[in-house]
Design a protein around this ligand. Structure first.
Ligand SMILES: [Zn+2]
Length: 270
């Protein structure tokens, strides 16, 4: 089985400047930016400085992804650059998969592990729907940009990262009870950054200083998912709990907040 993991990962201040170099390396001559109106306005100078055409998405839905695919299907676009939060990246990765071109992920938040995972998650009619997509060929996480995103979204990222702990416990339980196939390397990649963060929780934890660690962890989650071809290393009962909240119409918090709360509940049960 071929495992696709990002070939280019930059997590640093000013990483945005690496975008052109990555496009050159992958031989892209006609890339397209997918972003939303808010990000497009906030990063106006940076985006226009790239001199690359952009297409704006208004919502995270399968329909919106189809609209973008249709509008690009007769073009010679050879790479999709998703610049934005989880919603933009989810639409972008579906578009890249449908067009069969490389996907470059440029997150502007650190709110969940979708920044590097080969899975797009949507809420259709309030119900969660997941679509398997290409993994990004590059993840360009500019700390300067992400630092200024709303704090609540960074907190959400921590919630999604620690959820790997109970997700992997569930995975092991299923291996022992049902014989489900299990991969220790993927499990370790998914959980080590989460345990590193937990170890800091009672010490000198700093939201901004530890942002890089969070991003590494979220990217590693995506890699673990790509390795096993399933969200098992990063999604267990705590994600089911979040999905249940959504199904029942109580899912008004962010993904990371909901799964983070689920993690506390299911960790207690272990
Ligand atoms: Zn998640």
């Amino acid at each position: 089985m071929e495992v696709k993991i990002p070939s280019f990962v930059y997590i640093q201040r000013g990483a945005f400047g690496k975008l052109k170099k990555v496009l050159e390396k992958i031989g892209s001559e006609n890339p397209m930016i997918v972003t939303d109106p808010v990000v497009s306005e906030i990063l106006k100078d940076r985006i226009s400085g790239l001199g690359i055409e952009k297409i704006l998405v208004n919502e995270a839905s399968i329909l919106e992804a189809r609209r973008v695919v249709l509008s690009l299907s007769y073009s010679d676009v050879d790479a999709i650059i998703g610049i934005g939060g989880g919603k933009v990246l989810d639409v972008s990765k579906v578009v890249a998969s449908e067009l069969n071109v490389p996907f470059l992920s440029v997150p502007t938040t650190a709110s969940h592990d979708g920044i590097a995972s080969p899975v797009a998650s949507f809420k259709e009619g309030g119900k969660p729907v997941s679509i398997t997509t290409k993994a990004p060929i590059a993840v360009i996480a500019d700390l300067e940009i992400i630092e200024s995103c709303p704090r609540r979204l960074i907190h959400s990222g921590f919630g999604d990262l620690i959820s790997n702990i109970t997700a992997v416990k569930d995975w092991r339980l299923s291996r022992d009870l049902t014989g489900e196939s299990y991969n220790e390397v993927a499990a370790s990649i998914a959980t080590i950054p989460a345990y590193l963060l937990i170890a800091k929780a009672n010490g000198e934890f700093d939201l901004i200083k530890d942002l890089e660690l969070l991003l590494r962890g979220l990217i590693m989650s995506g890699v673990a998912i790509a390795m096993v071809g399933s969200s098992r290393p990063a999604s267990g009962a705590e994600h089911k709990f979040s999905h249940a909240l959504d199904y029942l119409g109580y899912g008004n918090a962010t993904h990371g907040e909901q799964v983070g709360l689920g993690t506390i509940i299911f960790e207690f049960m272990y």
